[in-house]
Design a protein. Structure first.
Length: 150
């Protein structure tokens, strides 16, 4: 993409990074494109777009089904680890009451604690899909004096 009237290609505002780095930004609850913080209004509410680079996080209504799936998989994984450790440590006399209480804590607490991270990981996955589109153009700095629209 060329700068207005200069003939030189313009540099993107945020350089493209690899897949692992994009997913790591999501796991750290940051914007997958510019790694900005402050993308949550509250624990359960992600902003519509990044305050820094304006990347839209929710592309369509119901677009966070993937985030729910990630959250569910992490929860079940944590519960399976709890069950395996408890059964190995206490077999053959498994204490059912304490195991039931620990299981309840895991299946209620992990989804709540992991909720924001699952949403930002899913936003990172959606960004990777968006970025792979041939029509995708990375945002570039605009010359405020340029009068023509791109």
């Amino acid at each position: 993409m060329e700068g207005a009237g200069t003939g030189k290609p313009r540099e993107p505002l945020w350089p493209e990074v690899g897949t692992i780095r994009v997913l790591a930004r999501g796991a750290l609850k940051r914007c997958p494109r510019c790694r900005a913080r402050g993308i949550f209004c509250s624990w359960f509410r992600l902003r519509e777009g990044c305050p820094r680079c304006d990347l839209r996080f929710q592309k369509e209504e119901g677009g966070y089904l993937g985030a729910i799936t990630i959250n569910y998989a992490v929860t079940i994984g944590a519960w399976l680890v709890l069950m395996a450790v408890a059964l190995v440590a206490t077999a053959p006399h498994v204490p059912v009451g304490p195991l039931l209480m620990a299981s309840t804590f895991v299946v209620v607490g992990v989804p709540i604690a992991f909720y924001p991270t699952s949403k930002t990981i899913w936003a990172a996955v959606e960004y990777l899909v968006l970025r792979s589109d041939p029509d995708y153009r990375a945002p570039v700095a605009r010359d405020p004096r340029a009068k023509e629209l791109e």
